[in-house]
Design a protein around this ligand. Structure first.
Ligand code: SAH
Ligand code: SF4
Length: 369
C-alpha cells in the first residue's frame, strides 16, 4: 500500500472514530480497492459504527407490488412498456387494502411499501382511498413507490396519510440516466427528489448498481446524492440483466462491489437506514444477507405480493422465486434467525433513530424507546 493509500485509510478510520461521514475522494478510493483485508477491515468499521449509532435493531419492511403496468420504457426493466412478453396485472383496490391490513394485523409489519410501475390507472382519488383506509384500519407507516407523479398528487397523498417514498434516482450521471430511461427526464427526477423532501416525506433513494457506463466515481456521486437529498434510507441494488430488455446479457454485478457500496454508504452516512434489497437476496441468498448485516446494513424488504401475480412483477427475471419472500410467518422467522445470528434484534418498524413525533413513532416502530 502506497503512502497516499495509507493516508486515505488513516483519514477514513479517523472520521469513523469521530462518527463523521467520509468524502467523495475517500469513497472513490474505497470503491476501487480490491484488497480483501482492506475491504474486510472497513466493513468491520462500518458494522461497528452501525452498532454504536443505531444499536442492534434490524428492521423488516414489507412491499406490496400493486401493478406491473408501466408507461415508461426503461432499458433495464422487465416492466418496460415495450415488453410484450409479460402478462400484466393490476391488483384490485380492496385486495391491496386487505393485503396491507393483514400484513399488519396478522404478521406484525409496521411499515409497508406500495410499489408499482408508473400506472396512471391508479387515480389520485383511488390512491387516497387506498392509503387512507390502510392507515385508518392498520396504522401502518405507508411508503409509496409509484414513480413520477406530480407535486399535487404527492401533496394529496401526504394528507391522506402516506409518510414515505421509495424513489430511486437510479444514477447521478445525466447521460446514463437519459440513455437508460428514454421517456424520462433527468431534471424531472431531481426535481421530484427535491419536492418529495420538501413535502415532508421520509425518503429512501439511491442507484441501480451496474448500469452501462457507470464508474466508481459515478457510484461515489450516487452516495453523496443520497446524503445531500436528505434521505433517511438508502435504496440501491445490483442490476440483473433481464432477457426481454435491451440490457439482456449485460455483465453480472459482483457481490463484492455491492458489499463495498453498503460499506461505503455506511461510511458516508453513519446514521442511514441501509436495507438489504430483494435483488441482493435474489442473487446471493442468505450468505449475502449475513455478510451485508455485518458490513453496515440494517434492514430488510420482504415481499408481500400474492402468489398468483408475484411472478409477473418481473422487474428482473424470476424476481420473486425466493421461498423466504412468501407471505408467510415462516419467511419472517427465517429472516429473524439471520438477524439474531448476526447479533442483532428484529424490529418491525422504524427504530428509535428516526426523529418522528411520539405519535408517529408509536405507529412506526414496535421497539421500546
Ligand atoms: N416504477 C417505479 C417503482 C418500481 S421499479 C420507479 O421506477 O420508480 C423499482 C426499482 O426496480 C427501480 O427503481 C429500479 O432501480 C429497479 N429495477 C428495475 N429493473 C431492474 C433490474 N433489471 N435489475 C435490478 N433492479 C431493477
Ligand atoms: Fe417502469 Fe419503474 Fe420499470 Fe422504469 S423502472 S420501466 S418506471 S417500473
Amino acid at each position: 500500500m502506497g503512502t497516499v493509500d495509507q493516508h486515505i485509510l488513516q483519514s477514513i478510520r479517523a472520521k469513523a472514530a469521530r462518527r463523521e461521514g467520509i468524502d467523495r475522494e475517500e469513497a472513490v478510493w474505497f470503491l476501487t480497492q480490491d484488497d480483501t483485508a482492506t475491504i474486510d477491515e472497513l466493513a468491520d468499521t462500518a458494522n461497528a459504527m452501525r452498532a454504536r449509532l443505531l444499536g442492534k435493531q434490524a428492521c423488516i419492511h414489507g412491499i406490496i407490488e400493486m401493478s406491473n403496468i408501466c408507461r415508461r420504457n426503461c432499458l433495464y426493466c422487465g416492466l418496460r412498456s415495450s415488453n410484450a412478453a409479460l402478462p400484466r396485472y393490476r391488483l384490485e383496490e380492496q385486495q391491496i387494502i386487505d393485503l396491507a391490513v393483514s400484513a399488519v394485523k396478522k404478521l406484525g409489519y409496521k411499515m409497508l411499501v406500495l410499489q408499482s410501475g408508473e400506472d396512471l390507472h391508479f387515480t389520485t382519488e383511488q390512491m387516497i382511498r387506498i392509503v387512507q383506509t390502510i392507515n385508518k384500519t392498520s396504522g401502518a407507516l405507508v411508503f409509496l413507490s409509484v414513480g413520477e407523479r406530480d407535486r399535487i398528487f404527492y401533496q394529496k397523498m401526504w394528507i391522506a396519510g402516506a409518510r414515505g417514498v421509495l424513489f430511486r434516482f437510479e444514477t447521478t450521471d445525466p447521460k446514463i440516466y437519459e440513455e437508460m430511461r428514454p421517456t424520462a427526464d433527468y431534471a424531472d427526477r431531481m426535481e421530484h427528489l427535491k419536492f418529495l423532501k420538501e413535502a415532508g416525506y421520509i425518503m429512501a433513494t439511491g442507484p441501480l448498481i451496474g448500469l452501462p457506463g457507470q464508474t466508481m466515481e459515478t457510484l461515489a456521486d450516487d452516495l453523496l446524492l443520497i446524503r445531500d437529498s436528505g434521505a433517511f434510507m438508502v435504496s440501491m441494488g445490483p442490476l440483473i440483466a433481464h432477457p426481454d430488455t435491451p440490457l439482456a446479457g449485460a455483465p453480472a454485478v459482483s457481490s463484492t462491489l455491492v458489499r463495498k457500496m453498503i460499506v461505503a454508504a455506511r461510511l458516508v452516512m453513519p446514521r442511514a437506514r441501509i436495507p438489504i434489497t430483494t435483488a441482493m437476496e435474489y442473487l446471493w441468498g442468505d450468505d449475502f444477507r449475513r455478510l451485508a448485516l455485518r458490513s453496515g446494513a440494517n434492514s430488510f424488504m420482504l415481499n408481500l405480493t400474492p402468489a398468483e401475480v408475484r411472478d409477473s412483477y418481473d422487474v428482473y427475471p424470476n424476481k420473486n422465486k425466493l421461498a423466504e419472500h412468501l407471505h408467510t410467518p415462516t419467511a419472517f422467522s427465517q429472516v429473524n434467525g439471520i438477524i439474531e445470528e448476526c447479533g442483532m434484534k428484529l424490529c418491525l418498524g422504524f427504530g428509535a433513530d428516526l426523529a418522528l413525533s411520539s405519535e408517529e413513532f408509536a405507529i412506526g416502530c414496535s421497539m421500546p424507546q
